[in-house]
Design a binder for this molecule. Structure first.
Ligand code: NAD
Length: 346
């Protein structure tokens, strides 16, 4: 039986990944190390049995803990999701981002290296989950491929870029079999409602205005979390060691279009929209990147992976999921997602 250390498995993408690996029903046991920050939610793993998954509450920065987990489980792989992940929070307080995303990643790399060098395990893998934000603002008409230079704009993206550089340095210097995925914006079930799509959905359900930063023109590439997790399974099994893979849908939308799209989709499904559900422009995020756009030819060609879920259908499904799982909003504290953060007030 393969034993895999998953970090941040109680968060949005990590929990969807655990569900997807479980559904594949392989001969695998996952050990999920999660600090349970505001973004970690054990209910995200409802239905996952203890025979398949062991939950360990703890910090990836805790060297003794990570070492003891390696000694106990002799992992075959690490799949690393744990991070502070919200740009506005990184503007409000960057230190936590450096601690978890950089120091925490370094600690996981160190423990993996020590274990790998002593275990002689040829099949060991370290899969690091990163973001398209490391490439920074991308001019209209261009898309960033894996060779594009890093140019992060926020403390969040700078911390993820640092972590990516550490991964590459460990792969090259210590020959640690590590791979990086750089994915665009995800949406889907279990996402904390501080992020755009669940926030819009929550406000639609509650008949509240839809806050959009600036004039809503910022352009993002969106992917359903299940498509992202499918890509991660492919990269894990078939990706080349020491390389990185962009994961995107190849389709960009402005933030305002996402809000308009949601309303149109719901209306076309005969869902009644409250009279207070209107777009409300709010003060823009400081340093807000205008556009991210990935070039994903490498993963299409080399790993034969392409995103499958159409944005309109994915948004409709996601809305239905939140509507049928209103407990999710109750299970996370409202004061953690209701307040505007990261305005860089003097
Ligand atoms: P999330 O904020 O929903 O979840 C993060 C999880 O990590 C939480 O369960 C949290 O408790 C845990 N965690 C935080 N600090 C920790 C620590 N020090 N030790 C152990 N656990 C800790 O994030 P997400 O949206 O699921 O993102 C997962 C990963 O994917 C992140 O690395 C993020 O940078 C990357 N990513 C996210 C997106 C996106 O659109 N959400 C896109 C591309 C890449």
């Amino acid at each position: 039986m393969k034993k895999i250390l998953v970090t941040g498995g109680c968060g949005f993408i990590g929990s969807n990944y655990i569900h997807q690996v479980f559904e594949k029903g392989r001969d695998i046991h996952l050990v999920n190390l999660d600090k349970m920050t505001y973004a970690g939610n054990i209910h995200n793993l409802n239905g996952i049995p203890d025979t398949f998954h062991t939950f360990v509450e703890g910090d990836i920065c805790d060297a003794d803990l990570v070492k003891s987990l390696f000694e106990k489980y002799q992992f075959d792989a690490v799949v690393h999701f744990a991070a502070e992940s919200h740009v506005d929070r990184s503007i409000e307080g960057p230190a936590e981002f450096i601690q978890t995303n950089v120091v925490g990643t370094l600690n996981l790399l160190e423990q993996s290296r020590l274990f790998y060098q002593h275990s002689n395990s040829d099949n060991f893998r370290f899969l690091h989950i990163s973001t398209d934000e490391v490439y920074g603002d991308i001019k209209i008409g261009k898309r960033s491929d894996e060779k594009f230079s890093y140019n992060p704009s926020s403390p969040y993206s700078a911390s993820k870029a640092s972590a990516d550089h550490l991964i590459k340095s460990f792969a090259r210097t210590y020959k640690l079999p590590a791979i990086i995925s750089n994915c665009c914006n995800n949406y889907g079930p279990n996402q904390f409602p501080e992020k755009l799509i669940p926030k819009l959905i929550y406000n639609i359900i509650k008949n509240k205005p839809l806050p959009i930063y600036g004039r809503g023109k910022n352009s993002r590439e969106w992917i359903h979390v299940q498509d992202h997790c499918q890509a991660l399974l492919k990269i894990f099994l078939k990706g080349k060691i020491g390389e990185s893979y962009n994961v995107g849908s190849n389709k960009n939308n402005q933030n305002i279009d996402i809000a308009k799209k949601l309303i149109t989709i719901l209306k076309s499904n005969s869902i009644i929209i409250g009279n207070k559900v209107k777009i409300k422009f709010v003060k823009d995020r400081p340093g807000h990147d205008f556009r991210y756009a990935l070039d994903c030819k490498k993963i299409h060609k080399e790993l034969k992976w392409k995103s499958k879920i159409n944005l309109n259908e994915g948004l409709a499904d996601t809305y239905r999921w939140y509507l049928n799982n209103m407990d999710f909003f109750i299970s996370v504290s409202k004061k953690l997602y209701d307040k505007r953060l990261g305005l860089n007030k003097k």
